[in-house]
Ligand binder design. Structure first.
Ligand code: SD4
Length: 345
């Protein structure tokens, strides 16, 4: 179990390199922008956050709203056929159904979410419709699908031949053991957003994105196909407001990736925002929230949870249990920056 000394050691030594255009540039402290202003800005989880941020940036750079930016941004991995952990090409559940979870939230506490949604490629946009066109926050399963179709979303088969092949391969053992996405990635290379995920190993990455626009408005989005081979009906943290995503315009925003059950148990993203409210920096808040989980679960060997956070000044933070968690940052200074997060192990 990580004790306080380990934690401090990890905080001090945890490598945090940044890759931009193929070169590792600097340690991943949140360096002040040259202009002194950190907005507009967008941060998102994992390597595929780089192209997602670019799409969000198009909105932010043309004076758009943070809410539009995060929706547009996360639609990129949702549509990516090589991405087997988000959206259209996500790996299915144990029984072969691709079921998607997503949530979206703005600075005023307005939010919407869908869980266990099947046959719709962009769950984030359905989540936004839940927020804007219903008195509800969360729609699930059949009801979410019915609502999506009523709203004009196209119903389509999502299971791609590649995902189906991976599922069939998995069925040979049918062993369900979420594996931490913690292999060391080569940050010396230009981030390759089309990497996809090797079958069966990296079986769960989620895109969580936080943005602040030029008016200082915060918003967040989170979308995933959840854990590959999960039990039918399993819902992770991503569509649970307060767990996978939380935004408070007076304080900041946070989102998570990793084993959703642990994040739900600890109401992770809400915790990160509350810690920022109490005066922690985004980095300190992410670290404390991760340590809260680690403290409760001594045997964290195969467990990954990572948080990213942004406060209302546009300062950011990231922290994970395991190494190998990456996050992408985009602002007026650099649009394709990818960082290796600090981590406990
Ligand atoms: C879930 N948190 O469904 C998601 C999966 C994920 O990295 O983020 N994996 O539990």
């Amino acid at each position: 179990m990580a004790n306080r000394r380990n934690f401090l050691k990890a905080s001090l030594l945890g490598a945090s390199a940044m890759a931009v255009g193929g070169k590792v540039l600097a340690a991943g402290a949140d360096a002040p922008a040259k202009s002194g202003k950190r907005m507009p800005r967008v941060i998102s989880t994992w390597d595929f956050g780089v192209p997602a941020n670019l799409a969000a940036w198009q909105v932010l750079a043309s004076h758009g709203h943070a809410l539009d930016a995060v929706e547009k941004g996360v639609q990129v991995p949702e549509a990516d056929l090589k991405n087997h952990s988000v959206g259209r090409a996500g790996y299915p559940d144990r029984d072969g159904h691709v079921s998607l979870d997503a949530s979206i939230m703005d600075a005023d506490g307005r939010c919407g979410a869908v869980a266990a949604l099947e046959n719709i490629a962009h769950p984030i946009s359905v989540a936004r419709r839940v927020m804007e066109r219903t008195p509800h926050v969360l729609l699930v399963g059949e009801g979410a699908l019915q609502f999506a179709v009523e709203q004009g979303f196209k119903k389509e088969k999502l299971l791609t031949p590649e995902s189906e092949a991976a599922w069939k391969e998995w069925q040979k053992t049918a062993h369900y053991q979420p594996v931490a996405n913690s292999e060391v990635r080569d940050y010396g290379k230009k981030p390759d957003a089309t990497l996809g995920l090797p079958g069966g190993k990296d079986n769960h990455d989620t895109i969580g994105m936080l943005a602040i626009d030029e008016h200082g408005r915060l918003a967040g989005a989170c979308t995933t196909s959840g854990m590959a081979w999960k039990l039918r009906g399993r819902v992770g943290d991503s569509p649970i407001i307060g767990a996978g995503l939380y935004v408070d315009g007076e304080v900041g925003a946070a989102t998570s990736t990793g084993v959703g059950e642990e994040v739900i148990r600890n109401v992770g993203s809400f915790l990160v925002v509350e810690l920022m409210r109490q005066g922690r920096s985004p980095q300190q808040a992410c670290e404390e929230a991760v340590m809260r989980i680690v403290k409760r679960r001594p045997n964290m060997k195969d467990l990954q949870v990572g948080f990213i956070a942004m406060n209302r000044e546009g300062e950011i933070g990231a922290y994970a249990i395991q190494s190998g968690f990456s996050y992408a940052v985009c602002d007026a200074g650099k649009q394709d920056a990818l960082f290796a997060s600090k981590s406990v192990y």
